[in-house]
Design a protein around this ligand. Structure first.
Ligand SMILES: *Cc1c(COP(=O)(O)O)cnc(C)c1O
Length: 356
């Protein structure tokens, strides 16, 4: 295989646009005293992209995987690293590679404490509080008890509290939820006589709340992934003013282009994924096949840049209605990606990453 053979399928990444989005969001949130943590999990901790975030003024990078954090550390990315998901079995690595971690289980924090003492390190933790989305978090009524335990642990610094909404339960971050988190922060500080450095209100879904609120209260931090990389808030996926929404482009090759019927002919049975497909007879149409499929990317998250339609996909192929376009074998077709498609394409070893 020559090097030319290897550049398709590829994802093109516009680093200048990433820098613009990161700087713009940092300034916007900074205008009301909120600092931005850059979340790198959707790009698998890509060191080139991480470097751009740091150059754009982002001082803390967060990822859900230690391997991604190690990847960035090994590439000499000068940032503080925060771990979003904290497994008990990886406590030793957490202490070794991570500066701050989000936590909601005392057994995990105990284990981290053990290794922190062993390694003579102080590890910072942010206690996550359940505000209704029903993913991670301590129930608010149990927060005081948890703080009381945590502050006794050696090698552990309680650096803050946080919440995560609009991820599992689709619960909206609003003034009520953020006000409650602020209140919990104040109660905790008063009761235990400490200062919480981080009151981390959420993620890209907090944009509408931020824009509409008259008072951010004690919220001084957000963890942003999607709005940096795709330029959108995540409640309705509305584009954010002045941000780029086309940073990533997937480029695939046409491997067949022919006029064929729109209705499969023969006895109908299951397709490659066990479904019985249904089709509408629209007569003859221009159809093309692309050399990329479900093993490479979440095809349902792709939007063609030109006027063609995706008809479906199998493991290795996307079938398109080429409509009026004159595409032939060897041509390329471009797609924009939503979060799921970006996540899968960046994770795929079959898709080459090209930086512009
Ligand atoms: C992924 C993640 C984020 C970032 O979410 P976006 O919607 O990409 O901004 C923030 N916090 C936690 C805990 C996460 O897991």
């Amino acid at each position: 295989m020559s090097s030319i053979d290897m550049i398709i399928p590829r994802i093109e990444i516009d680093l200048g646009k990433i820098a613009h989005n990161a700087k713009t969001l940092k300034e916007l949130y900074g205008s009301k005293g909120i600092d931005v943590i850059g979340v790198t999990k959707v790009v698998c901790g890509d060191p080139v992209i991480a470097g751009v975030l740091v150059k754009s003024g982002i001082a803390i990078l967060a990822d859900s995987r230690i391997s991604n954090i190690v990847r960035m550390r090994d590439a000499d990315i000068h940032a503080q690293f925060l771990l979003l998901r904290t497994p008990l079995s990886q406590s030793e690595s957490v202490v070794k590679y991570v500066d701050i971690s989000l936590n909601s289980e005392l057994s995990v924090i105990n284990e981290i404490s053990k290794y922190a003492v062993k390694q003579n390190i102080t590890h910072k933790i942010i206690l996550m509080v359940e505000l209704g989305d029903l993913r991670e978090g301590i129930m608010p009524s149990d927060l005081g008890k948890a703080v009381n335990e945590v502050i006794k642990l050696k090698g552990i610094e309680l650096a803050g509290i946080g919440s995560n909404l609009a991820c599992f339960g689709g619960i909206k971050p609003n003034d009520e939820k953020m006000g409650y988190l602020s209140l919990l922060a104040e109660d905790t500080e008063k009761k235990f006589g400490l200062t919480l450095a981080f009151i981390s209100g959420g993620n890209s879904a907090n944009y509408d709340w931020f824009m509409s609120t008259k008072n951010v209260g004690r919220i001084n931090n957000l963890r942003l992934g999607e709005s940096i990389f795709l330029g959108r808030e995540t409640l309705d996926r509305k584009p954010i003013t002045d941000l780029f929404t086309d940073i990533f482009t997937l480029i695939a090759e046409v491997i067949e282009s022919k006029t064929k019927p729109s209705l499969p002919f023969g006895d109908v049975c299951q397709d490659a994924f066990g479904n019985i497909p249904k089709f509408i007879d629209r007569g003859l149409m221009k159809r093309a096949i692309l050399g990329v499929g479900l093993q490479d990317v979440l095809v349902s998250g792709l939007t063609p840049v030109s006027d063609i339609d995706i008809l479906g996909a199998s493991s290795d192929h996307i079938i398109i209605d080429a409509k009026q376009s004159e595409i032939k074998a060897g041509d390329t077709v471009e797609f924009n990606l939503n979060y799921g498609a970006l996540l899968s394409a960046m994770t795929s070893p079959y898709i080459i990453k090209i930086y512009k």
